[in-house]
Design a protein around this ligand. Structure first.
Ligand SMILES: Nc1nc2c(ncn2[C@@H]2O[C@H](COP(=O)(O)OP(=O)(O)OP(=O)(O)O)[C@@H](O)[C@H]2O)c(=O)[nH]1
Ligand SMILES: [Zn+2]
Length: 367
């Protein structure tokens, strides 16, 4: 009885046809293993949800040997192929299924140390509070990171109860986030949850990001309908440094959706992210296509569609300012990366895999 109950636990954690297909492409030997999802990451081990329930797991020696980058290791949200150790609630991880989306933290010391802070998210909830915390520029930057990750961004304006005219702020945000859904919510007053139901579908994975204090923990508890943050364990760097088997960073909500709350998600960084920039500023990119000159800098160039839009009042001057500033920052990062890559190449002889990586950046400061 117990057995049938626990037999397919990983299915509730987002396993679906796409993953089944990816599994089918693996070598036959891997297919003998069980797919499992990483629900928490410790310094030397993982918690994974296997078909037989929750296990503690470590990677095999071979896995470790073959991993070149830190980001080659599993992270929260990853699907791995694991082998259950006979008679134990422990498994070993043999391989990683290709990620469908990924959020990477660029680390000091260059790409070799780049760390995955979350994988396989369907949606990224980007939160900003409707108080003095409200900051359009900050959100533009989070959006770039979101578009780069491959997850679909959704903006949540939290603490709507603290704001006299929340709709006015939503409109401001809208002009900075073309094509991105925006929702006004108040966890404290239980308002706006119904707008989130389309995202909270069974098997979908949602990561929550945003600055400290915007109400992420309160939001998660509200969505979960109880105190998951308290009942589901203690952080790894807890006062007593205690590791508990209940510590989780991927939570199953009553609706069947999964929410990811990793410490790293709370401090996203920006890096050479040109695709993300284009998507985050798609309004300006679209206008640019109509400028008379292909290399128009939207300054005083004749026939500039972007400046025209500002004059017509359909684009805010501030938006163009932020776009230019961010683009400049990104090309600065790209140059820095290039020169670091060259240096690394020199130092490392010719290790092609190591040269591909991006450099560390720490430009996550705001106006
Ligand atoms: N008025 C109001 N306050 C809220 C709401 N949601 C959260 N808060 C308050 O905002 C404060 C911060 O909330 P948290 O949920 O701890 O914020 P957090 O984003 O998890 O913060 P960190 O844990 O530092 O990352 C708390 O005092 C909450 O009670 C809301 O909808 N309305
Ligand atoms: Zn132009």
């Amino acid at each position: 009885m117990k057995n049938t109950e626990t037999k397919q636990q990983h299915l509730a954690y987002g396993w679906n046809h796409d993953w089944e297909n990816k599994l089918a492409q693996l070598p036959a030997s891997s297919r003998l293993l069980s797919p499992a999802r990483v629900i928490a990451q410790h310094s030397h081990s993982y918690q994974i949800m296997t078909p037989d329930g929750e296990h503690t797991a470590t990677v095999t020696g071979k896995y470790e040997f073959n991993a070149v980058l830190k980001s080659d290791f599993p992270a929260v949200g990853d699907w791995v192929m694991a082998e259950k150790l006979a008679g134990e609630t422990r498994s070993v991880i043999h391989s990683l299924l290709p990620r469908q989306s990924v959020m990477i933290r660029k680390a000091a010391g260059g790409a070799v140390d780049d760390q995955v802070i979350g994988a396989n998210m369907d949606y990224l909830f980007i939160t900003n509070a409707l108080n003095q915390d409200f900051n359009v520029r900050k959100m533009e930057r989070y959006l770039i990171a979101a578009w780069e990750s491959g997850a679909a961004p959704v903006i949540l304006l939290t603490k709507a109860d603290l704001c006299e005219e929340p709709e006015a702020f939503a409109a401001l945000m809208e002009s900075a986030a073309p094509g991105v859904p925006i929702h006004l919510i108040s966890a404290l007053q239980d308002q706006g949850k119904e707008q989130l139901l389309p995202y909270l579908q069974a098997g979908k994975t949602i990561a929550v990001t945003g600055s400290s204090g915007v109400g992420k923990s309160t939001l998660l508890n509200w969505l979960a309908g109880d105190n998951i943050m308290e009942t589901q364990g203690i952080r790894e760097n807890d006062a007593r440094g205690r590791h508990t088997t209940t510590h989780r960073e991927l939570f199953l909500l009553p609706s069947g959706a999964l929410v990811m709350d990793t410490p790293g998600m709370r401090e996203l960084q920006l890096w050479d992210a040109h695709d993300g920039l284009e998507q985050a500023f798609s309004d300006i990119e679209e206008l640019s296509a109509q400028c008379r000159y292909r290399d128009c800098r939207h300054e005083s160039d004749p026939g500039c569609a972007v400046l025209q839009a500002i004059e017509d009042g359909t684009l805010e001057a501030k938006r163009l300012h932020n776009y230019k500033k961010t683009a400049k920052e990104l090309s600065h990062l790209a140059r820095k990366e290039n020169s670091l890559a060259k240096k690394a190449k020199k130092a490392a002889g010719s290790s092609p895999r190591k040269n591909e990586h991006r450099a560390k950046t720490d430009v996550w400061d705001y106006d």
